[in-house]
Design a protein around this ligand. Structure first.
Ligand code: CDP
Length: 241
């Protein structure tokens, strides 16, 4: 930990960067972020999982996903934490592991509405900035490069065709024993992207200085290599400063 702290303040190849990976639903962010973080020895933070955890609490509390006041009150007594255990990211909600529960279709349907609320974003962004301030971190989400860390040294924006994204989501769900319909998934993903891109606060948008990667026809290893290549380039650049 001390190493990470002092490393942030030095320039050069050993400098621990902030890497921002944004993009629409199922564009490959989580897989890429996880592997990039592992290869660099960095921490991985899936900010979508944080928004999913608060959404789970909203649903369990019997609140509507657009109940602004009720949700604001709920936030005061809510703790969302991320923990890396043996290379796997776990999400804790008020101290309980909710890593599995946050992936249910109910949470997926409600998460965009909950994350469009100002108080929710404020609380989550504060937590994300605290996690990332010392560098050595890969954060993935919708607004990392634009709002959470506009000064991140490396920014990526992952995209993929809707067909490829729906198929990936279908496989994920099937692996978890959940039945789903490809056309329904396409509709759900497109709808969530529309909502996330047109909301007033921190909409999904590519930062001007982000590198766009279309992952439709890339293997996981290829997309990880592209990101790592850019990170190395950036470290070289910074070494010259
Ligand atoms: O994994 P998937 O692509 O389904 O989405 P996610 O990354 O788990 O994010 C779920 C939802 O959280 C998104 O649809 C956004 O509404 C919201 N989100 C956000 O508003 N800001 C972020 N930085 C990350 C997620």
């Amino acid at each position: 930990m001390m190493l990470a702290e002092s490393g942030r303040h030095t320039s050069g190849a050993g400098r621990r960067l902030i890497i921002a990976i944004d993009g629409p639903a199922a564009s490959g962010k989580t897989t890429t972020a996880k592997l990039v973080a592992r290869r660099l020895g960095y921490m991985h933070v899936d900010t979508g999982a944080m928004y999913r955890a608060i959404t789970l609490k909203v649903l369990r509390s019997g609140l509507a996903p657009d109940d602004r006041q009720g949700i604001s009150r709920l936030l005061d007594s809510t703790r969302v934490q991320m923990r890396n255990e043996g290379g796997t990211l776990h999400v804790l909600l008020d101290g309980r592991d909710v890593t599995e529960e946050i992936r249910t279709p109910e949470v997926t349907r409600a998460v965009s509405a909950v994350s469009s609320l100002g108080d929710v974003r404020h609380a989550m962004v504060r937590e994300q900035r605290a996690l990332g301030e010392k560098g050595g971190i890969v954060l993935e989400g919708r607004d990392i490069g634009t709002v959470v860390f506009p000064n991140a040294e490396c920014k990526f924006f992952l995209i993929a065709g809707i067909g490829a994204r729906a198929e990936r989501r279908l496989k994920e769900l099937q692996a978890g024993g959940v039945k789903a319909d490809l056309k329904e998934l396409e509709k759900e993903i497109a709808e969530r992207d529309r909502f996330d891109s047109t909301r007033e606060l921190s909409p999904l948008r590519k930062a001007a200085d982000a590198v766009e990667i279309d992952t439709s026809d890339l293997t996981i290893e290829e997309q990880v290599e592209i990101v790592l290549g850019k990170v190395r380039e950036r470290q070289e650049q910074l070494r010259g400063v």
